[in-house]
Design a protein around this ligand. Sequence first.
Ligand code: HEC
Length: 101
Amino acid sequence: MKRFYLIIFLMAIALSFGAPLISAEENKEAMKIDAAFVIGKCTQCHTIGKICSRVGKKSDVEWMEIVQGMVKKGASLNDSEQKSVADFIVNLPSGKNQLCP
Ligand code: HEC
């Protein structure tokens, strides 16, 4: 029985050390992206108009595919940045918005 409590105790310690690591990982996933970030990453090869003309017309999956396609062409975004940029663009209202003048 004593051993049982010892195991519970050790698991509690392991969890309390593990939890901050897990939440840091989640924060990285939900990285905050703003218009300046997208402009910086996405206007090296074409204008923002290439993106703005399609805002509001594509699904989240389509934007993810486009962003991944841009990375294949040479855009430098890591995995979580790609997801965040696709999320950011898909949530923009069409017409004038914080990205599109
Ligand atoms: C390394 C150069 C480069 C970078 C950086 C780049 N693109 Fe592109 N993009 C291109 C080229 C070349 C085309 C035109 C060829 C094509 O349409 O496939 C294009 C086309 C597009 C299109 C139209 C494609 C379609 O099929 O409708 C969209 C939308 C787009 N880019 C969005 C982005 C976004 C968002 C980013 C930032 C994550 C980005 N681009 C960064 C090179 C780039």
